[in-house]
Design a binder for this molecule. Sequence first.
Ligand code: F6R
Length: 234
Amino acid sequence: MNIVVVKDNVEGGQKGYEIFKQAVDNGAKVFGLATGSTPITTYDQITASDLDFSDKTSINLDEYVGLGPDAPQSYHYFMNEHFFSKKPFAQSYVPDGLNLDAMNETERYDKIIADNPIDLQILGLGRNGHIGFNEPGTDPESTTHKVKLTESTIEANARFFDNEEDVPRYAYSMGIASIMKSKHILLEAYGAEKADAIQRMVQGPITTDVPASFLQNHPDVTIIVDEAAASKLK
Ligand code: F6R
């Protein structure tokens, strides 16, 4: 794993942008995208740049079950706001939270990923070591699946809803195996609350207790962390 320590998420966003640009320059056609607060500075730099995605494809990691693109808390809405409205792709895929037929939706999404192999996947990191919505205990062989969210994730996401009861309890997420198929992975993490997860992901055993630890098995991972998130690395 290639670890880049930055001062803050603004510098991290600049580095994230550079990695994205390099991928574009090297011919990358398919970008795996994440939501959450972490990648926003990278997306801001990308959308303010002259990078052109009009012949490229994006595939998002996950979406809440029950929310569609018009719901302000949906991940599709987030992507429209922070990325797609400013820099459109030729084609953007986000799991369809309004498709309540989980078998149908997860198979549909796996086919999209198989037909569009991801060149660069951007990830954030949960405080419990999750990537996408792959919570501790997720099978490393998992492909797209319906997930029951953990209490810690519901709590962390409650800030986006009027109250905790409104946070959806299920999500569709690419699996760990889907993520591992990406050619290059860029994971960003900022803030002291991510320090434990970063330490366990990078230096701990590879275990389903820390889903991100499987990234140790990937040949091309770059991690951008600020000093607070890096503070527990030995
Ligand atoms: C979002 C996602 C999640 C987040 C993670 C960190 O699409 O897949 O795994 O990356 O929960 O969230 P933030 O960035 O809000 O700390």
